[in-house]
Design a protein around this ligand. Structure first.
Ligand code: ADP
Ligand code: ZN
Length: 607
């Protein structure tokens, strides 16, 4: 056993340049190598591909078949894999006749270890005949939820795959998916005729994603303030309508921010072009409707902003999941607008079918349970996936950084200030407005309403906006304030008066001392660039390495991350390897990449 482990460890290092396995990878690899069927349910970014790539590469002379639904993803995988050695080919309808033939012959001659194939191509009689003639090591079904009608992405072609079990009876099957529900899981096992499969289910927590919700008051300003913290980094902004994507891109471009739109109203060609520009780091930001993200595998997306409320938590999770696949910290900001909620409610009410209406209402309330949570955001999010999140403080959501479930203190005076401001402004304004008045804002609306003359104007300057927001959320959560579900206007409830009139004490948390905004960023960036790259020399070096990477990638017509990941470049800039042997110690540098790129990057570092 120890022996098998040592071999896996050294191959992981030699071929992929990684020092250790991610959770479950080793067990899955061993299971499939032992010839047993295996179902693995792992979230995005957990390294599913390695689970079949490593055993495939280790099975000399044999061919592993990988079925995948999306051509763009297959292409990307083959590109990345072939940077490590010429291991893989692709068969699907997008290939020219010549390439198709060439790939077929490489398979027959046993030159490759992995065949990526679309399901309908695999089921063609001539391909099946051809595969009879080679030794197949195992069959991988990627995105295995596509076989289930209960999943979000049913593909009828996947159903045909079951007949493979008759044609290749002894062939072990590895099914991979990031979709967790029990029904889908059972469907996969049943429809693929899996035999006593080993089951691996990982937690759906993505600890490197920082989760934050802000009340939406001036969204574009909020967006640009957020973007300032991520200069030149890749990110996605999701919004609800095509028109809005175009408008936001227009305004960003005017401010010199590099952004392109992506939505279903554009021609396929233009969409592809924008997606490609994003993948190749020619543009930093994509402003998209939900149509964007399915076919891409970009590992270094550093932020996802939801400009509008997603309609359910499943799509929210999927969309934020596109950030931080490389395991480095990434930031997810959701702007919660009460107008958006009432818009969604309106559309739900238009539905004729009662059942549909009920489902949509449920989905909305689960989504709001997350967005309006005052506890750790991972609790409601993971609850949706049937997980019970236990940590005291996740360290990576706004609520936890605001103090988490720490000690409550006496906030009676602050609560009085907040609530009397609600009262004096006439109990019709939302949280953002109340806080502006408390903090003495001279914003047009405040002045027009004469609220700069109120006794409560400016009495809250001692606290940051975030601290007041935190208090406001607690007053709502404890039932002292009620919030208009459609517009977000705050009102006092009967429970408010004892605190306001007779000084009944109110206990809660408010972030004192540190500026939460800064604390938050520091925390989110701890592992990441900002810490390592705070040093100007290191940052300069990183930028130079990045430029070289882009140059090489452009020459080869590939995305930069195929050459090296950000993490690799950050480690190079930090540790400054001076020999090839030292270079090999860097994350993501295996034997082949060392040979290809080592001598190109070393001189930049030594200079
Ligand atoms: P998934 O398909 O589960 O979303 P991927 O297979 O695309 O995940 O892998 C996500 C990222 O993690 C990739 O950049 C991959 O190279 C990296 N990765 C995979 N396994 C490891 C590992 N053991 N150590 C470090 N990085 C890994
Ligand atoms: Zn948390």
């Amino acid at each position: 056993m120890a022996d098998a482990n040592t071999i896996l460890d050294s191959k992981l290092r030699e071929i992929f340049g990684y020092t250790s396995f991610n959770p479950h990878q080793r067990e899955i690899i061993k299971t499939i190598r032992s010839g047993r069927d295996c179902l693995a349910i792992l979230p995005t970014g957990s390294g599913k591909s390695l689970c079949y790539q490593l055993p495939a590469i280790l099975s000399d002379d044999k061919l592993a078949i990988v079925v995948s639904p999306l051509i763009s993803l297959m292409k990307d995988q083959v590109l990345q894999l072939n940077q490590l050695g010429e291991y893989a080919v692709l068969l699907n309808s997008s290939l020219s006749r010549e390439d198709y033939r060439e790939n077929l012959s490489r398979i027959v001659e046993g030159q490759v270890r992995i065949l990526y194939v679309a399901p309908e191509t695999l089921m063609k009689p001539h391909i099946l005949d051809l595969l009879e003639g080679v030794t197949v090591s195992f069959l991988t079904i990627d995105e295995a939820h596509c076989i289930s009608e209960w999943g979000h992405d049913f593909r009828p072609e996947y159903r045909q795959l079951a007949t493979l079990r008759e044609r290749f009876p002894g062939l072990p099957v590895l099914a991979l998916t990031a979709t967790a529900t029990k029904r889908v899981r059972e469907d996969i096992v049943k429809n693929l005729h899996m035999k006593n499969p080993a089951l691996y289910v990982a937690s759906f927590d993505r600890p490197n994603l920082f989760l934050e919700v802000e009340e939406k008051n001036s969204p574009f300003r909020q967006l640009t303030a957020f973007l300032e913290k991520f200069p030149d980094q890749s990110g996605i902004v999701y919004c609800a309508s095509r028109k809005e994507t175009e408008q936001i891109v227009g305004k960003l471009t005017k401010q010199g921010v590099s952004a392109l739109p992506y939505h279903a109203g554009m021609s396929a060609e233009k969409r592809n072009r924008n997606q490609e520009a994003f993948i190749r780091d020619d543009v930093s930001i994509i402003v998209a409707t939900i149509a964007f993200g399915m076919g891409i595998n970009k590992p270094d997306v550093r932020f996802v902003v939801h400009y509008d409320l997603p309609k359910n938590i499943e799509s929210y999770y999927q969309q934020i999941g596109r950030a931080g696949r490389d395991g480095l910290p990434a930031h997810c900001l959701l702007l919660l607008g009460y107008g958006d909620i009432s818009k969604i409610r309106y559309f739900i009410n238009q539905k004729e079918d009662e059942k549909e209406k009920r489902i949509a209402n449920n989905q909305l309330s689960v989504m709001l349970g997350f967005a309006e949570a005052t506890c750790c955001r991972r609790i409601p999010l993971l609850h949706y996936f049937g997980e019970n999140y236990q940590k005291e403080n996740c360290g990576a959501c706004d609520n936890c950084l605001d103090g988490g479930r720490g000690e409550a203190r006496d906030l009676t005076v602050e609560a009085q200030k907040f609530m009397s401001c609600v009262w004096r402004t006439g109990q019709m304004f939302g949280m953002g407005y109340i806080i502006n008045v408390l903090r003495g804002s001279t914003e047009k609306r405040v002045v027009q309403n004469g609220h700069d003359k109120l006794s409560t104007w400016g009495i809250g300057k001692g606290h940051s906006k975030q601290a007041w927001q935190q208090l406001g959320r607690q007053l709502i959560a404890h039932g002292l304030l009620s919030q208009d579900p459609a517009y977000g206007g705050l009102k006092l409830t009967a429970a408010a008066w004892p605190v306001l009139r007779s000084g009944k004490s109110f206990l809660g948390q408010m972030n004192e001392g540190k500026k939460p905004e800064e604390a938050r960023l520091k925390k989110a960036a701890a592992l990441n660039r900002e810490d390592v790259l705070a040093d100007p020399a290191t940052r300069n070096l990183f930028e130079e390495l990045r430029q070289k990477r882009k140059e090489l990638a452009d020459e080869m017509g590939m995305p930069p991350y195929v050459v090296f990941s950000d993490r690799t470049l950050i480690e190079m800039a930090k540790y400054r390897p001076s020999t090839l042997a030292e270079m090999m110690e860097i994350h993501g540098v295996g034997a082949v990449k060392l040979e290809r790129y080592g001598s190109i990057f070393l001189p930049i570092i030594s200079k």
